[in-house]
Design a protein around this ligand. Structure first.
Ligand SMILES: [Zn+2]
Ligand SMILES: [Zn+2]
Length: 646
């Protein structure tokens, strides 16, 4: 008999060789039907794999991310089975799960598959799924595995095998398809019901353009058709909100191949929005005791040798800039921290000076491959709302609490209501891979958890996810359509103070190392604006939106009065534009609504004679006529309250 321990601590005895599925079944049939995989002593396993020793187990159902990954990876196998049955002789490279769905890279040989064939493959997948084939795991010797794929003439799987050791190789078979795979998999194909192949693209083998181009088919699957339908609706909504599309329509930013890929340029309206976000953060930071600093866009190679970035990233980043005479080498700044360390060092520091908080909207440059670039979310040049806090270990908790306040204020002002804090700590088992003293780590880890608890954050703790140089807290935000984004990181760092030999004079009159904390509530302005644009579907809150009010004169006759109104609003710091086109008022209203301008003021005969304006609010409609002063008052109140409409 073996002891099975459940997440609630309960222990039950089972026969040796029992499977997680059997265990679930012994609890209830309903549970067994829902179990897609099991976590056994922290590892995800097939629910059909026999348990030979005492184990802690947790059942994984569709609600668990790990179960979804297992489900999608199994769906990749199902797709491969379908493709192989329709196009015999094709060969497969790898088919991993994605955050949403899966893909498989395929060498089609002489076959051609296009967009139009995806429907048929989906159909075949459905047919095969209905056969309810089991995913059967088999441990196999390396020699037998090599023999199998040699006979198949499959150089891709042989390549994968060459990197595997004997004794760790497994095959998975479902129906007529066998794959080299470490698993795990769901019990059978029958649970895969809603099937959609979403895209087909070329992908170089191993991502190297010198290699053969394979065909990558993307898909997503669900345990029911209803869930697939809901997902497709969400995809449509996401398309409408795509920041690349809205960025163009709202004239926020542009790209030019001549300037360079992945280098966004901000158009006047986008620049205004960005400046406003920047001012918003600067004001908060001044109130929180931050000191502004400004550093150059490049740094001497020696700076990055000291920081360790040169050794770690030198080859994979933009190459050095050389001076013609002295032969000096400079790098584009990939982060602001090394510069800020040197600012810290520019004068002696005492414990009385700490914490010191240096803030900079620092523009940094990082090399990304063409294929990785995406709108404003993956770029080669971006501006961080960066700050580095230098403090004593005893101050880490308070500093975290202050940064959490700042982040929560940002979320509130921009209507991000759904978030959790993810705290990344050391691996419980192996503490040798971390730099810094055990004592400092203990203090920092406890400080972060206490700070999060005292601020009432909903937290998830991830052991082993800390960087080698310190623990951190990330905010994970769900946007208006439920997608997850990581925003706002607070990271402790024991490495850079060491490398830059930063010190302060303590109360005991001797030198100590300060703790360094990196923090960026927005992350980067580029990515943040992308996320925000998609979150609010381009309808930015009034305090932030580039154009707050559009004046719509009914005809040219009222342009004079429109100018007077415009001037008055401008004098009150309201951002206003006049629609001076000779269009019908109905069209002007429609266009303004499309441009997502929050307020429209219709101006005609009656308004001019009464010295009033007729007010329309985006999404709310007609608010009646008001005097100009009343309207200014109303806008000011909405701006000051940072209210969010809808
Ligand atoms: Zn696999
Ligand atoms: Zn930093």
């Amino acid at each position: 008999m073996i002891n099975i321990t459940f997440p609630d601590g309960a222990v039950r005895q089972y026969e040796e060789g029992v499977t997680a599925f059997d265990v679930a079944k012994s609890i209830s049939e309903g549970l067994a039907r829902k179990v897609l995989a099991a976590k056994v002593n922290g590892q995800v396993w097939d629910s059909s794999r026999p348990l030979k020793n005492d184990a802690e187990i947790k059942f994984l159902t569709w609600d668990d991310e790990e179960a979804k990954s297992t489900f999608w990876h199994s769906s990749a196998h199902l797709m491969a089975e379908a493709v192989e049955s329709m196009y015999p002789g094709v060969k497969f490279w790898v088919g991993p799960p994605l955050e949403k769905g899966f893909y498989y890279d395929i060498d089609l040989g002489d076959n051609q598959i296009g967009e139009e064939d995806l429907k048929n493959i989906e159909k075949k997948m459905s047919e095969l799924a209905k056969q309810n084939s089991q995913f059967i795991r088999k441990e196999i010797s390396k020699a037998d595995a090599v023999k199998y794929f040699e006979e198949k003439g499959d150089e891709y799987k042989l390549d994968l095998l060459s990197n595997l050791a004997d004794g760790e190789i497994t095959f998975y078979t479902q129906g007529n398809f066998t794959d080299l795979c470490r698993g795990p998999h769901i019990p059978n194909t029958g649970t895969i019901k809603g099937i959609k192949l979403t895209a087909i693209a070329g992908a170089y083998w191993k991502g190297d353009e010198k290699n053969k181009m394979l065909t990558r088919i993307y898909g997503v699957t669900f345990p029911s058709n209803k869930e697939l339908e809901e997902y497709l609706v969400l995809l449509e909504e996401a398309k409408k909100r795509d920041h690349r599309k809205l960025g163009k329509e709202l004239e926020l930013f542009t790209f030019s191949e001549k300037v360079g890929m992945g280098l966004p340029m901000w158009l006047p309206k986008g620049a205004m929005l960005r400046e406003r976000l920047q001012q918003f953060m600067q004001k908060l930071q001044v109130e929180s005791g931050y000191l502004p600093v400004i550093t150059p866009h490049i740094g001497h190679k020696q700076l990055y040798v000291t920081s360790g970035h040169f050794e770690k990233y030198g080859k994979d980043s933009f190459q050095p800039i050389k001076t013609p005479q002295e032969g000096e080498e400079f790098f584009l700044k990939p982060m602001n921290c090394p510069h800020h360390c040197e600012i810290y060092k520019s004068s002696p520091r005492s414990y009385k000076d700490l914490p010191i908080r240096f803030a900079e909207f620092g523009t940094v440059y990082r090399y990304e491959q063409h294929g990785e670039l995406h709108g404003l979310t993956r770029v080669r040049g971006f501006t961080q709302d960066d700050a580095h806090l230098f403090c004593m270990a005893s101050q880490v908790k308070d500093e975290f609490k202050k940064v959490i306040d700042l982040v929560l204020y940002v979320f509130k002002a921009l209507d991000f209501q759904n978030y959790t804090a993810q705290i990344s700590l050391r691996d419980k088992e192996d503490r040798s891979k971390y730099i810094g003293s055990d004592e400092n780590w203990e203090i920092a880890e406890a400080s972060i958890m206490e700070a999060a608890a005292e601020k009432g954050l909903n937290t998830v703790i991830e052991y082993g996810e800390a960087a080698f140089y310190g623990p951190k807290l990330d905010f994970m935000v769900r946007d208006a359509i439920g997608r997850k984004w990581q925003l706002g990181t607070i990271q402790v760092d024991y490495n850079l103070p060491e490398r830059f030999e930063l010190t302060y004079i303590g109360e005991d009159n001797s030198k100590h190392r300060p703790v360094m904390i990196h923090r960026a509530p927005f992350g980067s302005l580029e990515r943040f604006i992308a996320v925000l644009t998609e979150h609010c579907a381009g309808k930015f809150p009034l305090w932030l939106t580039p154009v707050q009010v559009k004046l719509l004169p009914i005809s040219d006759k009222f342009m004079g009065y429109a100018e007077i109104v415009s001037q008055k609003l401008k004098n009150s710091d309201i951002r206003v534009e006049i629609d001076d086109r000779s269009e019908k008022i109905g069209k002007k209203i429609r266009d303004t609504e499309l441009a997502k301008v929050p307020y429209m003021l219709v101006i005609g005969e009656k308004e001019e004679s009464e010295e009033k304006v007729s007010v329309r609010r985006q999404a709310k409609g007609d608010l009646g006529s008001k005097t100009i002063d009343e309207f200014i008052q109303m806008v000011k109140e909405e701006v000051d309250s940072k209210a969010v409409i809808e």
